[in-house]
Design a protein around this ligand. Structure first.
Ligand code: GDP
Ligand code: IMO
Ligand code: MG
Length: 409
């Protein structure tokens, strides 16, 4: 029996992780975030009601689940409180019983946001202060939630411009205090009690600080390794690793995107898929599915299975392409590397498949998908050399087709 499942983005983030976590959370006991911060925007749609989560785990819409924000995150206290408030206004319960925050998570300060805005434009960051906060963490000059709670005088060390600002900050921290616990102990206790845990990745493999398209990456490990360091558990505790991939590619912000579509087809996908950032509202760049990139994610995360999302968006295209190689300096490269020289100068080698016209609304079983949609799924499965366990055909919780039950709880 599957005891816990990791859900990791296989591309550049926004693969639909939030939707899938919410879908899987029904049968889980715990949902835990391990990396990033409010650069993430995880969208969940249930009965036409859309919720976008930035810091709070995507299990929060289900009653009776424990949602954990791990030590690996960087937290903007104001944003966390606003998010709690927004959910409560929708009638969703958020209390220290169902939301627990690690005292070891680092705090995003005003100065981090300012620095991100001023210095990181060339990277196209979300300007939420993520990189500068992680920089301070690694430089050992950061402030953790627990440090603030322990020492009230710590404020004096920080560069705040005015008293009013620091008073507001102080009261934000006071309001967060009831949620703070030792989450490492908590999660290990829950694991020992055989509770079913979902590990919720933020961003995606190609945005990972080590494995992504550096320097056009985020400042944390979005890959599976981040779970151990971001929550304080050993790797043997992770049962199944699911990778989430869109049926095409999107990227917000700068950096290489070999399969980028700058034509009408790209525009059509952007429109149909409503490809605008859940955090910043920026238009997402569009490309064809890149099998090299996704195979790399399979390897880096030792994925067990794949969740393929947004298949519905490809309906109505005459031809659909899959990138199966990079042509670089007259050589055909078959294995992905995050070498920017190659990624920026290669030409994608495509395999072309026939599209389908049918709208996928209302389809409940894989068998009922149009033949060419099935062929597309099968071809991706072949290229990835691991099963596709779930196919998502719409943003709603119930627009989800299960292909392989063994990767569920
Ligand atoms: P995340 O960051 O990985 O959680 O993904 P986002 O929420 O940022 O972006 C995914 C977007 O696609 C959201 O607007 C979702 O509501 C939507 N979405 C998720 N799955 C599907 C799907 O299968 N079909 C369609 N059309 N939309 C989807
Ligand atoms: P979710 O969890 C998509 C991108 C930014 C930028 C780069 C660095 O919703 O998938 P940062 O602010 O992290 O320093 O920005 O990473 N980025 C994301 N893109 N989805 C995300 O999260 C992202 N989080 C960061 O656009 O290119
Ligand atoms: Mg997102």
């Amino acid at each position: 029996m599957t005891k816990n499942i990791a859900v990791i983005g296989m591309q550049f983030g926004d693969e639909g992780k939030g939707k899938i976590i919410d879908f899987l959370a029904e049968k889980a006991d715990v949902v835990a975030r391990f990396n990033g911060g409010n650069n993430a925007g995880h969208t969940i749609k249930v009965n036409d009601e859309t919720t976008i989560l930035h810091l709070i785990p995507s299990g929060i819409l289900h009653k009776g689940k424990i949602n954990i924000i791990g030590n690996g995150l960087v937290i903007d206290p104001k944003v966390l409180l606003e998010e709690i408030e927004k959910l409560r206004n929708k009638g969703i319960k958020v209390t220290p019983d169902n939301l627990v925050v690690s005292g070891n998570a680092h705090i995003i300060l005003e100065k981090h946001i300012k620095e991100d805005k001023e210095k990181n434009k060339h990277l196209g960051t979300t300007a939420r202060g993520i990189g500068p906060a992680y920089t301070d963490k690694v430089a050992r000059s950061g402030m953790r939630l627990i440090d603030y709670i322990n020492k009230n005088n710590v404020l004096e060390k920080q560069s705040f411009s005015g008293r009013r600002k620091s008073e507001a900050f102080s009261s934000d921290l006071k309001n967060i205090k009831p949620f703070i616990k030792n989450t490492t102990l908590l999660i290990n206790n829950l694991l020992n009690k055989n509770k079913k845990i979902l590990f919720e990745g933020a961003q995606g493999t190609l945005l990972d600080i080590d494995f992504g398209t550096y320097p056009y990456v985020t400042s944390s490990n979005a890959t599976v390794g981040g779970i151990c360091t971001g929550l304080g558990i050993g790797p043997k505790k992770i049962d199944k690793v699911l990778g989430v991939a869109k049926a095409y590619t999107t990227r917000v912000g700068n950096g290489p995107l070999p399969t980028e579509l700058k034509d009408e087809v790209g525009k059509k996908i952007q429109k149909t898929g409503n490809e605008f950032g859940a955090t910043t509202g920026r238009p997402r760049r569009i490309g064809w599915f890149d099998a090299l990139m996704c195979k790399y994610s399979v390897i880096v995360n030792s994925l067990d299975a794949i969740v393929l999302t947004k298949l519905d968006v490809l309906s109505g295209l005459e031809k659909i392409k899959i990138c199966i190689g990079y042509k670089h300096k007259n050589k055909i490269i078959k294995n992905f590397s995050n070498n920017s020289e190659i990624l920026e100068n290669c030409e994608p080698v495509y395999e072309e498949l026939n599209g389908w016209n049918e709208n996928l609304d209302g389809i409940k079983n894989f068998e009922d998908l149009p033949e060419n949609a099935k062929k597309y799924i099968k071809r991706i499965e072949e290229l990835m050399e691991i099963p596709i366990s779930i196919v998502s055909i719409g943003p709603e919780r119930n627009q989800t087709l299960i292909l392989k039950k063994e990767f569920l709880f």
